[in-house]
Design a protein around this ligand. Structure first.
Ligand SMILES: Cc1cc2nc3c(=O)[nH]c(=O)nc-3n(C[C@H](O)[C@H](O)[C@H](O)COP(=O)(O)OP(=O)(O)OC[C@H]3O[C@@H](n4cnc5c(N)ncnc54)[C@H](O)[C@@H]3O)c2cc1C
Length: 416
């Protein structure tokens, strides 16, 4: 089934144009060959011919993406990107996510895309030449190394990895894990504590991001951590007296927490738009199955349990979509809607998980196979409830903000 993307009357023409162009590529170039596009990444039964075909199919899609002016939509034009603004990109993500994994064919691949945006914003000219441009050209890979096995990732102020200044170098010591893309990465952006001994450990302002080449002495990749029963490139890494020049510092000393929040704040809205695109796909698959699958003497569409799944999923998607677009519009208008960002970061991945769960149930055994994208979506939805701040942390933030507001400024204004 194709994604049905019609113009939205209330948004600027350019957004409708971007949605239309993206949907054309998703519907015509990706969905019909979706199983072949990623055939070489299956763990078993892949022959050379499959590999060659998958690679040539992906090259073909990338060509079409570039011709349509959609390549690297998150980057400014001066860096070879499409230069879309916040809202344009948010609306595009929803369409793009309908085809699972398609974003890499549009030049958007985490964590490289997040690192590119941070380098554009905080990098010196020299850093841009050395790290950003090769990253954009695909000549380099990267990772973002913040979370640590022995500290709470949900509380970045507790990070223990240190960077100590020694003449013209930073000397880094620490233990990280879940550094995605760690095996392939040529460099890591490492979140380090740069305060003096004995200073206030709770202060966000003592964090600094530092670029560390993966082949620097003392960088030891211990393992790719197995997740959901599969090998992965989310890596556990020890930084043991790793020495890099001061010029590898990204942004000002103490700006690391702020830079991470810049990355994560916008990223959370984009993650939610992705989740909505994927819910949309799961919903379409579920409805299609209800129209065609016969059980116990009738099509699934006639069974009230299945109808309930469709109705509840419809409500989950609509609610998620309206909340997220509302939040994206505020961000686009220059506000930083922290409460809304936290609210969607809880609500949307949970809704996504519910929708995919129902779709899997409707598909029966087929729902948990790799013949359909549902099982992969389910794992993604469940993981998203932990990544970029677990549910509880965001719920606490929403509640505290509301309580403080009501205590000091009056009741909450849901109209704005
Ligand atoms: C697939 C995947 C990819 C990732 N990629 C990266 C990456 O590239 N780079 C990187 O640096 N990190 C990455 N991470 C790590 C991720 O950001 C952290 O897992 C996340 O921030 C949570 O930290 P934690 O795992 O240490 O959980 P913890 O902080 O130990 O929290 C554990 C649980 O405690 C509960 N909890 C926490 N705080 C509270 C509270 N105040 N009240 C009540 N309950 C609470 C929550 O249920 C939470 O899930 C990735 C994680 C995954 C799963």
């Amino acid at each position: 089934m194709e994604m049905n993307v019609q113009p939205i009357p209330s948004v600027p023409d350019r957004i409708n144009e971007i949605r239309g162009l993206t949907a054309t590529i998703v519907n015509r170039e990706i969905l019909p060959v979706e199983n072949m596009l990623w055939a070489d990444q299956r763990h078993e039964g892949v022959c050379e011919a499959d590999r060659a075909e998958a690679s040539s199919l992906r090259d073909g899609v990338r060509r079409k993406v570039k011709e349509a002016g959609l390549w690297a939509p998150h980057l400014p034009e001066e860096y070879g990107g499409a230069g879309f603004n916040f809202l344009e990109l948010a609306y595009m993500k929803e369409v793009l996510a309908y085809a699972v994994g398609a974003s890499s064919l549009f030049g958007v691949q985490a964590p490289n895309s997040g690192n590119q945006s941070i380098l554009v914003r905080y990098g010196t000219e020299k850093q841009k030449q050395k790290w950003l441009l090769p990253l954009i050209e695909g000549e380099m890979e990267s990772g973002f190394s913040m979370t640590e096995p022995d500290q709470a990732g949900s509380d970045p102020r507790s990070l223990k990895t240190t960077a100590r200044r020694d003449n013209e170098d930073w000397v880094i010591n620490g233990h990280k894990w879940f550094t995605s893309n760690g095996m392939a990465a040529d460099f890591f952006i490492v979140m380090c504590r740069t305060e003096e001994d004995g200073a206030d450990r709770a202060a966000n302002s003592k964090m600094t991001q530092i670029i560390v080449p993966s082949d620097a002495d003392g960088v030891e990749i211990l393992r790719g951590i197995s997740v959901w029963g599969q090998p992965s490139d989310h890596c556990e890494i020890v930084y043991d007296n790793v020495r890099v020049p001061l010029e590898n510092q990204l942004g000002a000393v103490g700006q690391g927490h702020r830079a991470a929040q810049d990355r994560l704040g916008a990223g959370r809205i984009y993650h939610c738009m992705n989740s909505i695109g994927q819910m949309w796909r799961a919903f379409d698959l579920m409805v299609e199955r209800c129209l065609s699958r016969e059980v116990h003497g009738g099509l699934l569409r006639t069974k009230q349990f299945a109808q309930g799944f469709i109705a509840d999923s419809y409500m989950d998607i609509q609610a998620s979509r309206l909340m997220t677009i509302h939040c994206a519009e505020k961000m686009h208008d220059g506000h930083h809607p922290r409460t809304d960002i936290s609210a969607i970061k809880v609500f949307v991945p949970n809704a996504y998980q519910r929708v995919v769960d129902r779709a899997m149930q409707v598909f029966g055994a087929a729902g948990i196979t790799d013949d359909f994208p549902l099982a992969a979506m389910y794992q993604g939805a469940r993981s998203l409830r932990i990544v970029d701040g677990p549910d509880e942390v965001h719920r606490i933030l929403v509640a505290k903000t509301v309580l403080n507001h009501v205590e000091h400024e009056g009741s909450w204004d849901f109209g704005n």
